[in-house]
Ligand binder design. Structure first.
Ligand code: FAD
Length: 238
């Protein structure tokens, strides 16, 4: 497989850097071709300017996305989201006609997005480290469930342009890392990387396949009646 890792951490001595190096070596040893967009090392320009058109830096990243079968976004959770430099990568690389504004609108379909689009057929996975404890991000945890915290990224940035989204690889309570735990985490990461092709994606509902009223794009009333919230957009929600 061709695998692109989009990576954001400023410190080459960080935990994230060590995990990124482990992932690259592990994937290459398994015979995959790997490219890394190391956004800080590349000095990626994160701000989208008025009237900006895709320059060489943006086109290079789009080519990498088109080359990839699987895209891994790796970052530390900063203020409940990705670091600003990675958000700026998405804002600038997902240009009109590439990341959004793809496909025609009609009574049956609202463009090619949410499961369809330029990146359809590819897989994506988040690899996220968090300082908070796992229960802080549980269903009743004060930070909100991690799947809700990550929804704008997984549903809004990965699924929107067409990619299937694999369950994230998460590391909590990073201040409690030592060599023993690093070895355990690396082993678990290796297992996830070995199953990138076979892991079932999160069953987000497809936009143009009958679950939503168009053009309101609300979930049809007979599906999960009376329910709301982010979870209704996942098919397994009971
Ligand atoms: P590092 O700080 O580099 O390392 C973490 C630990 O791992 C250290 O103890 C280090 O010694 C050890 N370590 C590093 N490399 C290795 C190695 N190779 N082997 C063994 N041990 C190693 N957390 C949240 O939960 N929610 C938030 O919203 C949030 N917002 C934040 C906002 C900002 C601006 C910042 C700076 C942090 C925030 N955090 C938050 C915490 C953040 O998620 C963690 O600090 C981050 O995930 C840790 O990853 P790191 O790569 O920076 O780790």
């Amino acid at each position: 497989m061709n695998i692109l890792i989009v990576y954001a951490h400023p410190d080459p001595q960080s935990l994230n850097s060590a995990l990124k190096d482990y992932a690259v070596q592990h994937l290459q040893a398994a015979g995959h071709a790997v490219q890394v967009s190391d956004l800080y090392a590349m000095r990626w320009k994160p701000t989208l300017e008025a009237g900006e058109t895709a320059g060489p830096d943006v086109l290079r990243e789009q080519e990498k996305l088109l080359w990839a079968d699987t895209v891994i976004f790796q970052f530390p959770l900063w203020w409940f989201s990705m670091p600003a430099i990675m958000k700026g990568w998405v804002e600038r690389v997902y240009t009109y006609g590439f990341g959004y504004g793809v496909g025609e609108h009609s009574d049956q379909r609202w463009g090619n997005r949410y499961g369809e689009g330029t990146l359809a057929g590819k897989r994506a996975m988040l690899m996220v480290t968090a300082g908070g404890w796992e229960p802080h991000y549980s269903l009743r945890g004060i930070n909100g469930p991690m799947e809700d915290v990550l929804f704008p990224i997984q549903h809004g940035m990965l699924y929107y342009p067409g990619m299937e989204v694999l369950p994230p690889f998460l590391i909590y309570r990073t201040s409690r890392m030592d060599e023993g735990r690093f070895d355990q985490v690396s082993e678990a990461l290796g297992q996830r990387l070995d199953t990138l092709e076979s892991t079932a994606p999160i069953p987000f509902r497809r936009q143009n396949h009958g679950d939503y009223d168009i053009p309101a794009l609300t979930l049809k009333e007979h599906i999960l009646p009376g329910r709301s919230g982010l979870e209704i957009h996942v098919q397994s929600a009971a």
